[in-house]
Ligand binder design. Structure first.
Ligand SMILES: Cc1ncc(COP(=O)(O)O)c(C=O)c1O
Length: 418
């Protein structure tokens, strides 16, 4: 591991943790060629060449070993379409993690279903004992499982539990493109998997979502819902005509399919490029995580050896400090140039909100662990533009920020924090 180049505590770091790598040249070339052709819409009515979006769907289906793939304009719309195509009706209860991001309960609300939130463990995973309790209490028959921030629970145990209780599984894989559990890719454990191509995810098309599944009725409905008009035959990774005959007169066209431009940007980011990037992401995560060892009150969760995670960010917990002190730690990090997101803040900020802020859910949720776990949960982007030295400098900032946080208040200064 490289030596830190400078004392991070001396002056604020000048790192932009939102700076992603450039789109690979092949993506830029494909996008330029597409713009020159003018054929940006997701469907052309004539011509034998599969569209960019159709090619992306076929490539991703092949990559992940799914029979079908439908590309949409976001993972949020992909999850909504997956729920509808899986038969979720207005008023149905749908289980999901309480530790996730707003688009997940948002997709459930979009389907006019009722979100039933499941508690979180100290390692940021869905609490399987609480899941079982909530299945029994709510009668829900669908779980929208969020592999939030790439933390993957014991999928063998989870799928066995779902099968036992007759609960269908849809996976939110926004943070797990390229990841798996015990040799099997996420997105391939239930009825459908939903991936994101938003800029901070593993493949960056700006915006976009990919739904994968093996079920031809689910796929046919998803294609029709995504807005295929009667042009569904031009999809590459699609089911038989018979499946469409069953659904085409009763499925609305919601116009949510991806356009050709994001698809052109995304396709060259799959395959070997994705695998190589995931390896570099995991390196960055390890470099920072290993350097956090020994910082007082900072805890990095232990990960199961069967979890093949692909980190694009790092989560850690600040334990044993009151919320006011954690807030001070976050401020100290910011003053030293590192933007740490915090799931324990009272008010939602930026991309970060928590279940207590989602008042649109409209139902009381019983989550005994969530407040305690999320109060200390911190979140750090680790873009691939960070060098190894940057990673060590970030860890040094966190160390210095904690030292500052723990300093006793000087005499005559405002009241000491608890
Ligand atoms: C856990 C999780 N699921 C789903 C989504 C939705 O992805 P999109 O922005 O593509 O709608 C996000 C977005 O960041 C997310 O963090």
């Amino acid at each position: 591991m490289p030596e830190p180049a400078r004392s991070a505590a001396a002056e604020p770091l000048q790192l932009d943790l939102t700076q992603q790598e450039a789109i690979p040249q092949a993506g830029v070339d494909a996008a330029l060629a597409l713009m020159a052709s003018g054929r940006l819409h997701r469907y052309g009515e004539v011509g034998g060449v599969p569209s960019e979006v159709s090619q992306l769907e076929a490539a991703f289906a092949q990559e992940i070993g799914a029979r079908y793939c439908v590309a949409m304009n976001s993972c949020g719309s992909t999850m909504f379409v997956a729920l509808r195509a899986a038969g979720v009706k207005p008023g149905d209860a749908v289980l999901t993690n309480c530790f996730t991001l707003a688009p997940v309960p948002g997709a459930i609300a979009h389907a006019q279903a009722r979100a039933v939130l499941v508690d979180v463990t100290d390692d940021y995973l869905i609490d399987l004992a609480d899941l079982e309790r909530k299945i029994a209490a709510s009668g829900a028959r669908t779980l929208l499982l969020s592999h939030m921030r790439g933390h993957i629970c014991d999928m063998e145990q989870l799928t066995a539990l779902c099968a036992f209780h007759g609960v269908q599984l849809i996976e939110d894989c926004a943070h797990t493109m390229g990841a798996g559990w015990n040799g099997r890719a996420t997105g391939r454990w239930g009825r459908a998997g939903c991936f994101s191509l938003q800029s901070y995810k593993h493949a960056n098309a700006g915006e976009g979502g990919l739904l994968v599944c093996d079920d031809e009725d689910l796929a046919a409905q998803a294609i029709l819902l995504s807005g295929s008009y009667m042009l569904y035959r031009s999809h590459g990774a699609r089911p038989s005509d018979e499946a469409f005959e069953r659904w085409k007169y009763q499925t609305p066209n919601l116009s949510m399919r991806m356009g050709n431009l994001p698809a052109a940007l995304a396709r060259p980011q799959l395959g070997a490029v994705l695998r190589e990037r995931c390896e570099r992401w995991n390196q960055r995560c390890r470099w920072v995580a290993e350097s956090l060892v020994g910082i007082p009150h900072v805890q990095v969760p232990v990960r199961d050896a069967r979890e093949q995670y692909v980190a694009s960010s790092l989560q850690f917990s600040v334990v044993g400090l009151a919320p006011e002190r954690i807030a001070r730690f976050i401020e100290n990090c910011a003053a030293l140039g590192v933007h740490v997101k915090w799931f324990g803040a009272d008010a939602p900020a930026g991309f970060t909100s928590v279940w207590a802020h989602w008042q649109f859910l409209g139902e009381a949720q019983h989550l005994p662990n969530a407040d305690r776990v999320l109060r200390g949960l911190c979140d750090l982007r680790l873009p691939l533009t960070l060098s190894p030295e940057d990673c060590l400098a970030i860890a040094a900032v966190l160390r210095a920020a904690m030292a500052r946080t723990l300093e006793p208040a000087a005499p005559g200064s405002p009241a000491r924090l608890p």
